[in-house]
Design a protein around this ligand. Structure first.
Ligand code: NAD
Ligand code: MG
Length: 397
């Protein structure tokens, strides 16, 4: 068991870098900064192509550095910024720009709210620059968890989970230093197709899959929640963050998303972390732990919710969960291939090029055809992703 909190942290006083500021987690992180952390300074933020949103954010938070996807977007951003501010701002671009932001000199904490494979290199860059990482980008841990945790240990920096389940587990572990975990109980909403029969799921459209019952999230994680790949990714994330064995993780469908996850200790006692489904809570906790900061966020009223239910996930109906467990058991670069193929397949499903059920089928096929390699460095991940990209191209989906 490890303690994750930022040592000697004073709540509300922190220089932060925010990667993925224009997305769902990014926007909620800025809301947390705005409402709860008046002394925090956003030193750098990154978007991608959304110039109007970035312009608003840059004008409000006045960072020293901002990263966009390319030179053209950088020019557009310069033109749309108020004249007196645009001159003092350093605008960087592309993957190198993301890395420069991750290593920005004044920041103590990097919030990684990027989606997908783009998150790994900046996570490693932040760690190598000695920053604590508040990590929403679960794909970093899925593809290179052992490298990330190893480098973080060497550098003496913390990986503070933002994913609500892992934040819940972390919170349950506070004050339990030295007590052994018997089991982690990872809860899952079950997604929009939880009650759909398989025949109907076969015909599910992107519009159907984007209607998550409890959370408003970016499109990729929303589809991952519908396939249950999200829970598979979180299973791998938990293995790395909490250093537990696969048999110590139980996944339970809990459609109300009120219990965000649980820890069972060796005396049989179970700790649960509860709250309304609001990502601002785990974001705030990642930035202030072990302290708690007063908020005006809506409160949980158990008398309104009344019923909390739990059941076993159906891995036949949602094969991505079993696929992720298998990739984790294979180890090495298998999770990187699974993750990359999933990301491409989700993109193709969202653009209407493949069926919902093709997502699991193509990941399964990729893992069968792939010769797994040991994971020694980040380059092994890039190589695995290159192989995955070529496979997806060859499928002409
Ligand atoms: P999102 O799609 O809403 O936002 C992603 C951000 O990354 C945007 O700012 C986008 O501009 C940027 N981005 C995308 N591709 C990029 C690239 N190639 N290079 C640089 N920037 C790029 O995603 P999200 O829902 O905020 O999710 C972010 C991460 O947090 C994911 O890993 C997700 O699994 C995890 N997460 C999200 C939630 C949630 O409620 N949204 C909950 C738990 C975990
Ligand atoms: Mg989650």
């Amino acid at each position: 068991m490890r303690a994750f909190g930022v040592r000697n942290s004073t709540p509300g006083v922190k220089d932060i870098v925010l990667l993925g500021a224009t997305g769902s987690i990014g926007t909620q992180t800025l809301d947390v900064v705005r409402r709860c952390l008046p002394n925090a300074k956003v030193r750098a933020l990154t978007g991608y192509g959304n110039v109007s949103k970035l312009t608003e954010l840059v004008n409000e938070f006045k960072p020293d550095m901002v990263c966009v996807k390319d030179e053209k977007t950088a020019d557009d951003l310069k033109k749309s910024l108020v004249p007196d501010f645009g001159t003092s701002l350093r605008i960087v671009t592309g993957d190198e720009g993301l890395i420069a932001c991750a290593a920005e000199e004044h920041s103590a904490v990097v919030v990684n709210a990027l989606v997908g494979r783009a998150g790994l290199a900046p996570t490693l860059a932040a760690i190598r620059a000695g920053k604590h990482v508040a990590l929403a980008n679960k794909e970093s841990l899925v593809t290179a968890g052992a490298l990330i945790m190893g480098e973080a240990r060497e550098k003496g920096v913390r990986i503070m989970p933002i994913d609500s389940e892992h934040s819940a587990i972390w919170q349950c572990l506070q004050g339990n230093e030295g007590n052994e975990i018997e089991k982690i109980i990872l809860t899952a909403s079950g997604g929009p197709f939880r009650t759909w029969p398989s025949a109907k799921i076969n015909k599910a459209t992107a519009e159907d899959a984007l209607k998550h019952p409890n959370w408003h999230m970016g499109p990729k994680i929303t589809i991952d929640s519908a396939t249950l790949m999200n829970k598979g990714l979180e299973y791998i994330e938990a293995l790395h963050l909490f250093n537990v064995k696969p048999e110590q993780i139980e996944i339970v469908i809990h459609p109300q998303s009120i219990i965000h996850s649980m820890v069972q200790f060796t005396d049989g006692s179970v700790m649960a972390q509860m709250g309304l489904p609001d990502m601002r809570l785990p974001i705030l906790y990642a930035l202030t732990a072990p302290h708690r900061v007063k908020t005006d966020f809506p409160r949980l009223d158990l008398l309104k919710h009344k019923t909390l239910t739990f059941r076993k996930p159906n891995e036949k109906k949602f094969p991505c969960l079993a696929i992720a467990k298998e990739a984790a058991a294979i180890g090495g670069t298998a999770p990187a291939v699974m993750n990359a193929v999933n990301e491409w397949a989700v993109g193709r499903f969202l653009s209407g090029r493949i069926r919902f059920t093709d997502i699991a089928a193509i990941i399964s096929r990729a893992l069968k055809e792939y010769t797994v390699k040991p994971l020694k460095c980040a380059e092994d991940v890039w190589e695995a992703e290159k192989w995955a990209g070529e496979l997806v191209e060859a499928c002409q989906l």
